[in-house]
Design a protein around this ligand. Structure first.
Ligand code: LMR
Length: 331
């Protein structure tokens, strides 16, 4: 009898110890991304880690994996959905497999500048897009800026005709593919981590990205010219899975929600400064000439690329395109 009682007591103690150990185990958030730590996204991921660990000590631990060290952009979505990572900040150009509406952001010359992008992202239509993949278990937490894209090649690209016959690396986006097709060029979809090698070996001749990514990947070492076209945007959606986020303890989730808001404000305020700084670093490296366009020259690019909109209007939705265009005028 006594023996049985002891056994039961030991079992209860073991269960309670296990419970305590489990309660003490922090929730781990793996945040994987493909760029360096000095970029807007890299800085944002580090600030997120810092604030989470300051405000939720022992409760949540954040592990940041930059530079495609854990997953490249071809694997990060699958890893997120399998629960191998909990947060990624994926370029808006890389969601077409999950929703066609987010393709909106790739339309060339849709937004006049990053302030217009910002206004649209904060609008009801922009906020709705964050929830456009809920049925696929993907939930958008915020938009993070990188910046406006520039065009590069080893020959000067001053007029749209200069791009004819060249091969450009693009992100996995049908809109971006079409953008180069209408220029009489070829587009080669390619993951981010191999772009430098592809340019160096001549597999592709040119590419597009904000200055931040050019400098981060040292693309200026293998591209003689950058044309400052500001023809499109490269921003991110910070995403997690609905399963993960909705199952967090409510107090932890609400603190994480607050931190996301704070980090987003910081990233979006800093992104332009980082891009301007990286533009200066590119200039200082003296490997690359930056070509600035006259308003007429820039308009020629706009006119040539505008037909891309019609090709995707139905898939994206004409009303959504109109709402985005309206954000070019400050209210
Ligand atoms: C690219 O593939 O060029 C970018 O999406 C990389 C990034 O995440 O900024």
């Amino acid at each position: 009898m006594l023996k049985r009682l002891c056994k039961t007591l030991a079992c209860m103690l073991a269960i309670s110890a296990l419970g305590t150990a489990m309660a003490a185990e922090p929730i781990v958030i793996k945040f994987s991304h493909v760029v360096g730590e000095q970029t807007p996204k890299g800085q944002g991921a580090l600030l997120f880690k810092q604030l989470v660990e300051e405000r939720l000590p022992g409760k949540v631990r954040v592990e940041v994996y930059p530079n495609s060290t854990l997953y490249g952009d071809d694997k990060e979505m699958e890893a997120l959905l399998l629960g191998d990572v909990q947060i990624i900040a994926r370029s808006l150009a890389k969601f077409e497999q999950y929703t066609r509406t987010v393709q909106l952001f790739d339309l060339p010359f849709l937004f006049d500048d990053i302030a217009a992008v910002d206004r649209f992202q904060l609008s009801p239509e922009g906020q709705k897009l964050l929830k456009s993949m809920e049925s696929k278990n993907v939930t958008g937490l915020a938009y993070w800026h990188n910046g406006m894209k520039q065009l590069s090649a080893n020959k000067p690209l001053r007029s749209p005709d200069d791009a004819r016959g060249l091969i450009f690396r693009v992100q996995v986006s049908a809109v971006l593919e079409e953008q180069f097709k209408v220029l009489g060029a070829k587009a080669q979809k390619m993951i981010f981590s191999v772009v430098y090698q592809a340019l160096r070996t001549g597999l592709v001749n040119g590419t597009e990205n904000p200055y931040s990514n050019f400098y981060d990947q040292k693309l200026h070492e293998v591209q003689k010219y950058v044309t400052e076209t500001n023809h499109g945007v490269l921003d991110y959606m910070l995403i997690t899975t609905s399963d993960f986020w909705n199952n967090l303890p409510p107090d932890i989730r609400s603190e994480l929600d607050k931190i996301v808001v704070e980090v987003t404000a910081h990233v979006n305020q800093e992104a332009d400064r980082l891009n301007q700084q990286d533009k200066q670093y590119v200039l200082d490296a003296k490997t690359t000439e930056i070509i600035t366009l006259t308003p007429e020259e820039r308009n020629a690019w706009r006119e040539r690329l505008k037909p891309v909109w019609a090709t995707f209007e139905k898939a994206i939705g004409p009303d959504l395109i109109k709402a985005a265009e309206a954000s070019n005028k400050p209210q």
